[in-house]
Design a protein around this ligand. Structure first.
Ligand code: HEC
Length: 91
C-alpha cells in the first residue's frame, strides 16, 4: 500500500470515530430543557400533568422518585421537574 493511501485511510478512520462519538452525545438543546418543559412533555404522557399545588415539597420528593421510574427520566431531568414543582406549589 502506498504511504499516501495509508495516510488517507488513517485520517478517514479518525474522522469516522469522532463522528460516531459525537452522534452518541445527547444534544445540548435536550440537556438544557427546563423543569417546566420536562414536566409538560413527560408528566402528561400517562395521565393529566398534575398541578404543582396538589402536593407539598415533601410529598413531591416521594412522587418524583416514584414517577422517575415510571417515566424513565434521568436524575438530572427529574431533579429539574422536582425543583419546578416545588417552586410553583406555594407550600
Ligand atoms: C409511564 C407512565 C407515567 C408517566 C410518564 C408519569 N406517570 Fe405519574 N402515574 C402513572 C401511574 C400508572 C400512576 C398511578 C399508579 C401508581 O401510583 O403507580 C401515576 C400516579 C401519579 C401521581 C399520584 C400519586 C402517586 O405517586 O401515585 C402523581 C402525583 C403523578 N403520577 C405525577 C407524575 C409526574 C410529576 C410525572 C412526570 C415526571 C408523571 N407522573 C409521569 C404513570 C405515569
Amino acid at each position: 500500500m502506498r504511504p499516501i493511501t495509508k495516510l488517507f485511510l488513517f485520517v478517514s478512520l479518525i474522522l469516522v470515530t469522532f463522528t460516531m462519538i459525537n452522534a452518541c452525545k445527547t444534544p445540548e438543546a435536550i440537556l438544557n430543557k427546563s423543569g417546566a418543559q420536562l414536566w409538560g412533555e413527560n408528566c402528561n404522557r400517562c395521565h393529566n400533568a398534575p398541578d404543582p399545588t396538589t402536593y407539598s415539597d415533601d410529598q413531591w420528593d416521594v412522587v418524583a422518585e416514584h414517577m422517575r421510574q415510571k417515566a424513565l427520566l434521568t436524575d438530572r431531568e427529574i431533579t429539574k421537574v422536582r425543583e419546578f414543582l416545588k417552586s410553583a406549589n406555594n407550600q
